[in-house]
Design a protein. Sequence first.
Length: 194
Amino acid sequence: MSSTTLPPDDRAQAPSPASPTLPKRGRVKPTLRSFHCALHEAGASRLTDEELDTVTRALVILERKVIGQRQAFTSPAKVKAWVSLHYGMLDREVFGLVYLDARHNFLAHQQLFTGDLAGCTVVPRQVLRSVFEYNAAALIAVHCHPSGVAEFSQADELLTHRLKAVLDGCDVRLLDHFLSAGSRVISMAESGLL
């Protein structure tokens, strides 16, 4: 399968995807030492070291509560605050997935692909591989626009429909695709695009 590139927000630079890492089998309880996301990469956010430490601690607490309570993501409103915390402060495009069981309970979250200011290359084959690794029955796709433009582009829609078709063939439901642009989070399902 070929890769699909999320669109440039408003700057034209070539995307540089990160190679995704797959988790080890089994669920791992998040800790400060094990918690890693794009926020921790050099130059990935506008936060000071102290602010980054505070945000990381908050994310660990949130993850523990979600995992501990087997939280069900049953509406876009429930997901938006979570997405804002994970993606709202990034200075580059990042694409991730929230893995859910058959009842839409949270299994895990992984930031699969990291780009630059203008875009992020998403490889459907790697998405599918990660789905099987978590044994997920449903997914929520998430990405951010560091420019602050809170609109799905045509390329975002094309990627989402392509992923949906690939996942449908494996009996995995793509429930929604969220876009975080600063403090604003929008849902493709709520926008009538999915």
